[in-house]
Design a protein around this ligand. Structure first.
Ligand code: FE2
Length: 251
């Protein structure tokens, strides 16, 4: 972790078979140039909620509104202003790391994890379990400081692969799996302006947020050109980067 963008080589990110192998590498980007945070703040403000401090959303948005608000913002990631930010970010920051063209998820996930809401947690899982192929990776971008229980809990790649194999071989029940994975995991620690890349073998999940701070994050999958995708198709789940962004960047 804590690897700067320029410290990461493409051999650490993708292999010769176009499989994504990146193991929870942390990269940095300019929050002014790629203003994911102010986009989210503005969307929430448009809905009438105070959003200048995203870590305090549990104080400014009623719990019953969170789900609808999140769904609406996710649908808004199909709009041009979001694509401008996300596709430029992908083009400028991610493609050099992958050393090639990548497609991205058409609608990106925006998640709001409030403190003390047990029902908001996502069990530990891997991308492979959800039908994502090895030619795809995940980019997780926290928009608030993440630490301790408000963060995504992760297990490094080698240990993830080992534990998943053990779980299959020994036919672990769901509760045993969750318990073992939880004990083996650690939180991602990051500030706004950092993003985490990981492949589909990495075990990750949430735990109840006891930090007293709301976590807001975005995440999206990306697909390496020529990479294995399994059930998700280009032009449906995945989308090519907007042409103007490639052209603009080249001009
Ligand atoms: Fe996931």
């Amino acid at each position: 972790m804590s690897v700067l963008t320029n410290d990461l080589t493409s051999e650490q990110v993708v292999n010769q078979d176009n499989d994504v192998i990146v193991d929870l590498e942390q990269i940095r980007y300019d929050v002014e140039k790629y203003p994911f945070i102010s986009w989210v703040q503005k969307k929430i403000a448009d809905r009438g909620f105070k959003s200048d401090d995203l870590t305090k959303l549990h104080e400014t948005i009623p719990y019953t509104e969170i789900s609808a608000l999140t769904k609406w913002m996710i649908s808004e990631t199909g709009q041009k202003d979001w694509r401008q930010i996300a596709h430029s970010f992908t083009h400028d920051i991610l493609e050099p790391l992958f050393d090639g063209e990548i497609a991205v998820q058409r609608f990106m996930n925006i998640r709001i994890l409030l403190p003390q809401r047990q029902e908001m947690i996502i069990n530990f899982h891997t991308g492979l379990w959800y039908g994502h192929g090895m030619g795809t990776g995940t980019c997780w971008v926290p928009l608030t400081p993440v630490f301790d229980t408000n963060s995504m809990q992760v297990i490094d790649r080698e240990e993830s692969v080992k534990l998943v194999k053990q779980a299959y071989d020994e036919a672990w029940r769901q509760d045993k799996m969750q318990d073992v994975f939880f004990k083996a995991s650690r939180p991602v620690v990051a500030e706004p302006g950092e993003a985490v890349l990981f492949n589909q073998e990495i075990i990750h999940g949430n735990v109840p947020n006891k930090t007293g701070q709301t976590r807001v994050s975005i995440d999206f999958r990306l697909l390496v050109k020529g990479g294995k995708i399994r059930r998700k198709l280009v032009g449906g789940y995945f989308d090519l980067l907007d042409k103007e962004i490639r052209k603009g960047a080249q001009a």
